[in-house]
Design a protein around this ligand. Structure first.
Ligand code: BG6
Length: 487
């Protein structure tokens, strides 16, 4: 295998989100977030994403009264809040150059509306970033990873209400000021395009609070407000930390046509454009015309305040980050075809691909294609900030975990990245998702494991919370130490 395909200083690491790993949901002044109200539903098929993920006003009311942590799995997480030093040691042992984490808005402003930040929350992340630096690990920080204060969801209609932009910017300015000597890489909104897939988690919108025919408008308005907030956050980041960089974060849901029938080609092109819409606005600084045409055609009225378009134009992001888990297939005859559905997306089954236990189609070549397409479209450095495979791991009698399936998955995807680099794509780094097992975003399960490190917790939060290195731990360590030469 040829060497040096990855540039010197390539940012190898891993990715996490605070709400899925920290636990400690009600300590040190933390407020309740949308994540703390998401439930693990034991009697629902984990592949039935809608049944798992749908949330009503009554569900929220119940969650707010409850102290349960088994049902609300993100409340227990993996206790990263208290054990992060031990975990950072393990990440350091693997050679991580970067770790993606998020700051929970509710630890800094518990309800999102306070005038003054919560010092305990600020101190916690400060200490964590210092510990990362000590271990030679660069923090990559997401400002908004499905963690909105539930107070804003209930009292401001989530991101639908414009006032939330100011509240979010107050939070951003607070953390930029506080961590200006510690954090250089930032991301605004995690998977901003997921707004239609799960509006509650992404923008705090509860579907039963709006007439059905109004819902698209509510969602587009909310995402518009996030675009303005993203541009303003980029502006203030550059003012407060001039050498820092801001990235957008897209779920790249690459869509193939079922075959070369021109109508299928056109369909796939349109679906890919819908996905690119979100990064187009954040990178190119303007709305694509096809979205405005769609609004007109469907009588969707999104309010732009004076100056919004200029703000979006003036403050694009510095780099493009994205998650990549799978590809999908579209067909003009979709109704007659066999389907697959994962929580990220559904569509026609691709006969050439295998699926995971959770029905996600495994497609490393799709990552190669996505990298080339994104780079050709934006000409900006790319950062793959999520990629991975959720599996049920088995502990052998001798205590080992032989996760060869995970090693194969990563090997094939890293090969795909190397292929894209050879094709001239500029890639800054790679942070596999769930570098340590944590609670699943969609199903709130622990048994859907992504990590190189096993955590002894079950779906109900029971266990010792002890960490154990899987076979993939040693494999990824070797990959990092050889800068991707030895896969
Ligand atoms: C991404 C999210 O969609 O996928 C993560 O940004 C999430 O938060 C990851 O954990 C994997 O999805 P899941 O549902 O299997 O945890």
């Amino acid at each position: 295998m040829s060497k040096n395909r990855f540039q010197e200083g390539f940012l190898w690491g891993g990715a996490t989100a605070a709400n899925q790993c920290e636990g400690a949901w009600d300590v040190d002044g933390k407020g309740l977030s949308v994540a703390d109200c998401s439930t693990y539903k034991a009697n629902v098929d984990p592949k039935d994403y809608k049944a798992q993920h749908g949330i009503t006003s009554a569900d929220i009311e119940e969650a707010m009264k409850s102290k349960d942590v088994s049902k609300y799995g993100k409340r227990h997480g993996i206790d990263f809040y208290n054990r992060y030093k031990e975990d950072l040691d393990l990440f350091q042992e693997m050679g991580f150059k970067v770790l993606r984490v998020s700051i929970q808005w509710t630890r800094i402003y518990p309800n999102g509306i306070e005038e003054e930040p919560n010092e305990k929350g600020l101190k916690h992340y400060e200490e964590m970033f210092i510990e990362m630096k000590k271990r030679g690990i660069e923090p990559l920080v997401t400002l908004h990873h499905y963690e909105m204060p539930i107070y804003l969801c209930n009292n401001y209609d989530g991101w639908y209400k414009r006032d939330v932009i100011d509240l979010f910017i107050r939070f951003c300015k607070t953390v930029f000021e506080r961590y200006k000597s510690l954090v250089k890489y930032w991301l605004t909104f995690n998977e901003i395009d997921s707004v239609f897939r799960h509006p509650f988690t992404t923008v705090g919108i509860v579907a039963d609070r709006y007439p059905e025919e109004k819902l698209d408008e509510v969602i587009y308005q909310s995402v518009h407000n996030q675009f303005v907030a993203s541009a303003l956050a980029t502006k203030y980041l550059h003012e407060i930390i001039p050498d820092a960089q801001m990235g957008c974060m897209l779920t790249r849901t690459l869509t193939y046509p079922e075959n070369c029938h021109p109508q299928n080609m056109l369909l796939a092109l349109k679906e890919n454009r819908e996905n690119y819409f979100y990064s187009d606005v954040q990178v190119l600084g303007e709305y694509p015309k096809h979205i405005k045409n769609k609004w007109k055609k469907n009588n969707i009225n999104v309010e732009f305040a004076p100056g919004d378009e200029e703000i979006i134009k003036c403050y694009p992001v510095d780099f493009v980050s994205f998650s990549y888990y799978m590809s999908r297939v579209t067909s003009k005859d979709e109704d007659q075809k066999e389907k697959v559905s994962g929580n990220l997306t559904s569509g026609v089954k691709n006969p050439y691909l295998e699926t995971t236990e959770w029905n996600w189609q495994i497609d490393p070549t799709g990552l190669h294609i996505s990298l080339v397409e994104l780079y050709d479209r934006y000409h900006k450095p790319l950062f793959i900030v999520e990629n991975g495979v959720g599996c049920k791991d088995k502990i052998e009698e001798d205590g080992s975990i032989i996760d060869d399936y995970r090693i194969k998955y990563f090997k094939d995807h890293i090969e795909a990245i190397a292929g894209a680099i050879e094709d001239g794509v500029e890639v800054i780094g790679y942070t596999p998702w769930g570098c340590i097992d944590m609670v699943s975003m969609s199903t709130c399960q622990m048994s859907k494991r992504y990590g190189f490190i096993y955590v002894d917790v079950d779906d109900l939060g029971n266990g010792t919370y002890e960490r154990k290195k899987k076979k993939s731990f040693y494999w990824y360590k070797k990959v990092i130490f050889t800068n991707g030469a030895n896969l």
